[in-house]
Design a protein around this ligand. Structure first.
Ligand code: CS2
Ligand code: MG
Length: 405
């Protein structure tokens, strides 16, 4: 079964997505997600110029060899742009293999380890009261795990909500240049423990809670935050500090018992290796699209299992439904699955383009047993929503210093 053609599509049903379709000589096709928020066209160029010409005529069944060929064979192994391109090819090939076998991809990974995928919902708000109202709704809807974020009083345009787009605080719009947000670590640390205190006072400890710091603290500031949050028993604190210097995480680990999650920006297993083997993190958040596909994510899960680290894949809306469905298969299989981030099934525009068989019930997602990934892409509908240049915001401290967003 040879690769006959590979097409790349960019569409913007509210935000940009890069989708890859691999077509084989016997008429089958598979779909992959290559979306890299704010850098979409770089991945398109990488695919069209440097990947696709090398793959035409290759055996579509050789997923591992094709992955190694694109990774090791390129000489330049890692990097967000190249990894997103490799991931899309890899996932599309798994989709094809599932269709050939007439089995859902989770069966090819080793079968189901659980009935469904437990997800965590997002609850964001401009005030603590607003967040608590949202939490009440989420609990009523049956969610068992919820992430709480709140606008920090006195900081500008940041973190809890984004204007009228309250469902997701970093939703892309038409942003031809990056918007700028403000940040104050002092104001944040003075405020955020109160959010979790009030949530526990009102809803008790049966609901699991988590929080994303978005890499805005230093290690010792995280120790302070961790100690303040310890009484509220979070499921995890995500991305407290930028991940480049993993020694910083040792400082945190040695001084607070708050569980730590990291990895949505990891491109390879090597990024996660020191944090996992030294048992410094509890959840690894690498996404299929940004971590190179299902082939390396399976290896990552197996490696993490040895160190009691659980999988909690990134599930922001800048990962397309193709990545979402790849996560569903990974999460159903992985014996060390923890929880899946989930921000809802998407807008009507998005669902006109992508179709996928998934249902939410009591905070768990069930998928149909369709062959492959169970996702499809409507090329004609995608044409109605052309690419729009758009960026994530950047953050500055109150004195103007550029900070992590
Ligand atoms: C966030 C992401 O969901 C999360 O945990 O950290 O939304 C992240 O900001 C975006 O995916 C960036 O593209
Ligand atoms: Mg995050």
């Amino acid at each position: 079964m040879k690769i006959k053609d590979i097409k790349v599509f960019v569409c913007c049903p509210g935000r940009n997505f890069v989708t890859v379709k691999i077509i084989t000589d016997d008429g089958l096709y598979g779909i992959g997600d290559a979306t890299l928020n704010g850098r979409e066209l770089a991945v398109v160029a990488y695919l069209e110029e440097h990947v696709i010409p090398c793959l035409i005529g290759r055996d579509a069944h050789q997923i591992e060899d094709i992955w190694q060929y694109l990774y090791k064979g390129a000489y330049w192994q890692n990097g967000a742009v190249s990894i997103a391109a490799i991931a899309a090819i890899d996932v599309a090939l798994w989709d094809i293999k599932g269709k050939v076998a007439n089995l859902p991809v989770y069966q090819l990974l080793g079968g189901k380890s659980r009935r469904a995928v437990t997800v965590y919902a997002h609850v964001n708000g401009e005030t603590i009261e607003e967040v608590l109202k949202g939490l009440e709704v989420a609990i009523k809807e049956g969610y068992k795990v919820v992430r709480l974020q709140c606008t920090i009083p006195g900081t500008e345009g940041t973190y809890g909500t984004l204007g009228d787009k309250k469902n997701y605080y970093e939703l892309q719009g038409n942003r031809p240049l990056p918007p700028e947000h403000g940040w104050s670590t002092l104001k944040y640390l003075n405020f955020i423990p109160e959010l979790f205190k009030r949530a526990r006072e009102k809803f008790g400890y049966d609901i699991e809670l988590c929080h994303d710091v978005h890499s805005r603290l230093t290690p010792i500031e995280t120790v302070q935050l961790g100690k303040m949050l310890e009484p509220y028993r979070l499921k995890f604190l995500e991305d407290a500090v930028t991940y480049e210097n993993t020694d910083g995480y040792k400082v945190i680990r040695n001084q607070t018992s708050i569980p730590l999650a990291l990895g949505e920006k990891f491109n390879t297993i090597w990024d996660a290796k020191p944090l996992i083997e030294n048992q410094i993190i509890d959840f690894v958040r690498t996404a299929v699209t940004h971590g190179g596909g299902l082939t390396p994510l399976k290896k990552l899960a197996d490696f993490a299992l040895l160190y009691h680290v659980r999988m909690a894949p990134h599930g922001a809306p800048d990962l397309s439904p193709v990545c979402f469905m790849a996560h569903m298969h990974l999460d159903l299989w992985a014996p060390n699955f923890g929880v899946q981030e989930f921000v809802g099934f998407g807008t009507p525009e998005l669902n006109e383009i992508f179709s996928y068989d998934a249902k939410l019930k009591d905070g768990e997602i069930y998928i149909e047993d369709s062959p492959g990934l169970g996702v499809d892409f409507n090329e004609e509908a995608a044409k109605k929503y052309p690419y729009k240049r758009s960026y994530l915001p950047v953050t500055r401290l109150e004195d103007g210093t550029l900070w992590s967003w």
